[in-house]
Ligand binder design. Structure first.
Ligand code: TXA
Ligand code: MG
Length: 310
């Protein structure tokens, strides 16, 4: 059910959950002040309680009260990339942010999203927790129809159009080795080099070192089995997820992500395509993975790898 900005703000203030857009993917929002609404988000998504949430703010002043310290380079990152698809994990005053938001960690993830209507909502309501608006494990939502599919026609959603980026924010944390990327996303490690003076490391989470707890769970997956092995003959599968300007065997059904030299368009269409596979009841698809291993392609490859795991 589409709602306007005023209604979205009223619902959030009285403790309801509302889906709202960001430039990356749609989020399932609740006010940081409403613990019951926050708990409802976990139930609605069937989200593991061990997977903490990102607090979305409209400006730096809204973060200030919560944080214990600003690591070296924080101001520069914030100035360069906010509003935008960067999430920064910071040490916080734990008594000011409920346990449920941060899964008991002593840190909290913050982001200023780059969507004018969403910034207006946050300015009006205050900080919002906002995981991606999808059932846990499934592809994120990049338009209103995706929300209806996952949460039903009566679920309140503010329609902000199709998300510009189509992939989640990049998450960073400051460590003894400097800034590290703990979830790849719409910003690439190359984007940070001119600002930081070095290429941040991509740190991989594992059960012993769950730097970004969400990375330990299955993610982004369509119901179809994705085959990323280039040695497999696509004609044996019959369905191809590939590029609009590449030739494929005529007897295969092709779902095009975009042109092969345009990672931004491919990123924008990735989850949309996963969801289209589901709508068309595709059971397996061969994915064309013949693309470079740098920049945004790296994030796209990571999402495909995660989505393939059954
Ligand atoms: O682009 C995005 O980031 C979207 C939009 C809606 O803003 N949000 C999003 O939220 O992707 P979600 O909940 O789907 O993913 C949040 C990720 C999870 O992997 C979680 O583990 C990680 O952020 N995270 C949250 N708090 C953290 C913390 N204190 N330390 C490390 N990772 C944290
Ligand atoms: Mg998510």
């Amino acid at each position: 059910m589409k709602v306007d900005i005023d209604t979205a703000c009223k619902l959030l203030k009285k403790g309801d959950v509302v889906a709202i857009p960001t430039e990356t993917v749609y989020g399932l929002a609740a006010s940081l002040k409403m613990e019951e609404a926050i708990a409802k988000i976990f139930t609605l998504k069937n989200r593991p309680p061990k997977n903490p949430l990102i607090v979305h703010v409209a400006n730096l002043d809204q973060i200030e009260p919560y944080i214990l310290e600003k690591p070296n380079g924080f101001d520069l990152l914030a100035k360069s990339f906010w509003p935008g698809p960067l999430t920064i994990v910071l040490p916080i005053k734990t008594d000011l942010i409920p346990d449920i938001v941060r899964s008991g960690l002593k840190t909290c993830a913050f982001r200023i999203p780059d969507h004018p209507s969403t910034l207006e909502i946050i300015e009006n309501v205050g900080p919002l927790v906002m995981p991606s608006a999808n059932l846990s494990g499934r592809p994120s939502s990049t338009n209103c129809k995706h929300i209806e599919k996952d949460f039903g026609n009566n679920f309140p959603v503010f329609d902000g159009g199709t998300c510009r980026k189509g992939l989640e924010s990049t998450i960073m944390i400051y460590t003894s080795n400097g800034w590290e990327i703990i979830r790849q996303g719409a910003l690439t490690k190359e984007d940070f080099e001119p600002i930081l003076g070095y290429l941040p490391k991509i740190a991989i989470s594992n059960s012993k070192k769950p730097l970004c707890p969400g990375q330990l769970f299955r993610h982004y997956a369509p119901k179809a089995k994705l085959i990323l092995d280039s040695n497999v003959d696509p004609q044996k599968i019959g369905v191809i997820v590939g590029f609009s300007d590449r030739e494929y065997p005529k007897n295969c059904q092709v779902f095009a992500l975009g042109p092969k030299n345009d990672p931004e368009t491919v990123a924008k269409n990735l989850y949309f395509t996963f969801r289209t596979l589901d709508d068309e009841n595709i059971t397996s698809a061969w994915v064309d993975t013949d693309f470079p291993d740098l920049g945004l392609w790296k994030t796209i490859r990571e999402r495909l790898e995660k989505a393939k795991c059954l």
